[in-house]
Design a protein around this ligand. Structure first.
Ligand code: GDP
Ligand code: IMO
Ligand code: MG
Length: 428
């Protein structure tokens, strides 16, 4: 029987989703992105060779796997073409396997200019500057352009003109920034569109057909639960739903089409950009995690903030995505620490909370309640057998599993595809 699995990030993104999607593609016919855009940076390392993907699903390095960009993904055409060309230059056959939804909203240069203009003020979200927020705003406001608009050049010209004129009004009059040249933009996009229009299809029909043929599909989430527009640390979030429900709406399948939800969770916590982070470590341990874990953003190169594992954050991910199994990544980064802390609750106004505060604004006021466990000296890097892990590492994982009450089916012990412990395969 076919099985469709959704992969989601359970923290603030960069949990190692790309690595795990790539690993599991051995068992699937297709990988589908369903939300976000080129704000994502998913790193794949195969036999030491690194590839970072932003828009193209992380199934692209496995020959024969179909890669689908769903209607929930916002697409910046120049970035998509650049990513395709980069992969082709490395010998990857992309175009024959890539399909894009006709309903995917377009990110225009003017969306990027507005994103950057907002970020240049004092009120910063710390966005990736990729125009994600403004593009989703236009989608919801029902004035955005979609992939299907590229199919009719004359209509496309008129629609792009209207959209950019509106954006230019905001850029010039509100932000006091230069306007975007509409004609140059349209010319550039029409040239690029020749590469892309053959890839535009009715993705819901296509995916339903694959389903009917009994083919396994993997749904690749971007960002993480606490960046979800509804369930995250609002307003310091991205502009899409990053939780598992978005796989249905962002791909065009029904909720009953999915068989499992695999949450990816780092063995500690990181965050890029502004916003609350209760277990953040501004000390030598935080620095150690950043250095050993090479915690720099895959998209913007910004340093990631680091902290202890937060079970309130991951508990919220389990609850909002119906997570059925977890994969703990970067366990090896904790090697050599004397003790390791787990946040098991938040103190707020003298009370201990087991859930995030009612108002996301209060997130900055919570104090983490910690439990401390012994660390381990022996290296875990590259271990593929659970029982070969040091006892203290197993105790750490088992304590997490006990608190979270979800099986830790996979453990990642290094960035390479092969450096993984599989205790229970999600496609079994
Ligand atoms: P994603 O956005 O969730 O796909 O994650 P990113 O690719 O942005 O960030 C994860 C980083 O950790 C990448 O540099 C990966 O190569 C790396 N990584 C993934 N799993 C492991 C692991 O188990 N150990 C170590 N040391 N690095 C890992
Ligand atoms: P992956 O898929 C980590 C963060 C930004 C910022 C906030 C809003 O690689 O895990 P946006 O540009 O989306 O409007 O920025 O969200 N952010 C991410 N952080 N990983 C990501 O993606 C992210 N995508 C967006 O840093 O705080
Ligand atoms: Mg990333």
């Amino acid at each position: 029987m076919a099985k469709n699995v959704i992969i989601v990030g359970t923290q603030w993104g960069d949990e190692g989703k790309g690595k795990i999607v790539d690993l599991l593609t051995e068992h699937v016919a297709g990988v589908v992105r369903f939300q976000g855009g080129h704000n994502a940076g998913h790193t794949l390392i195969i036999d030491g060779e690194k590839t970072v993907l932003h828009l193209i699903p992380s199934g692209v390095l496995r020959n024969g796997v179909e890669c689908v960009i769903g209607n929930g993904v916002v697409v910046h055409l120049p970035s998509l073409v650049k990513e395709i060309e980069g992969l082709i230059a490395n010998g990857v056959n992309v175009e024959g396997r890539l399909k894009i939804s006709s309903a995917s909203p377009l990110i225009l240069s003017s969306h990027i200019a507005i994103d950057l203009a907002r970020e240049s003020t004092n009120v910063k979200i710390g966005t990736t500057g990729r125009g994600i927020g403004p593009a989703y705003e236009d989608k919801v406001a029902r004035r955005g352009l979609r992939m299907s608009d590229l199919l009719d050049k004359n209509k496309f010209y008129a629609k792009m003109h209207t959209a950019i004129s509106f954006h230019n009004f905001i850029l010039e009059n509100y932000h006091k920034k230069p306007a975007i040249n509409v004609d140059e933009e349209v010319d550039h996009w029409l040239k690029l569109s020749e590469r892309i229009t053959p890839l535009i299809i009715d993705t819901p029909a296509y995916l339903n057909e694959m389903n009917a043929q009994g083919k396994n599909l993997l749904f690749e989430g971007a960002q993480g639960t606490l960046l979800d527009i509804d369930h995250g640390t609002y307003p310091f979030v991205t502009s899409s739903n990053t939780t598992a429900g978005a796989a249905a709406t962002g791909a065009g399948l029904g909720p009953t089409d999915f068989g499992a939800v695999l949450g990816i969770v780092k063995a500690y916590t990181t965050r890029v950009g502004s916003g609350p982070f209760p277990t953040e470590l501004n000390d030598s341990i935080g620095k150690h995690l950043a250095e050993v874990g090479v915690e720099f953003g895959s998209t913007t190169g910004r340093a990631r903030r680091c902290g202890w594992f937060d079970t309130i954050v991951v508990g919220r991910a389990i609850l909002t995505s119906g997570i059925t199994c977890l994969c703990v990544t970067k366990l090896d980064v904790l090697d050599g620490l004397e003790t390791i802390k787990i946040c098991t609750g938040y103190k707020l106004d003298g009370k201990v909370l087991q859930h995030p505060p009612l108002s996301a604004d209060d997130y900055v006021n919570v104090q983490p309640v910690y439990e401390e466990l012994p660390g381990w000296d022996e290296p875990t890097v590259g271990i593929t057998d659970y029982h070969s892990l040091p006892e203290a590492a197993r105790n750490y994982l088992e304590r997490l599993q006990e608190i979270l009450d979800v099986p830790l089916d996979l453990v990642s012990t290094g960035p390479d595809r092969e450096q993984t412990i599989i205790r229970n395969h999600p496609f079994n």
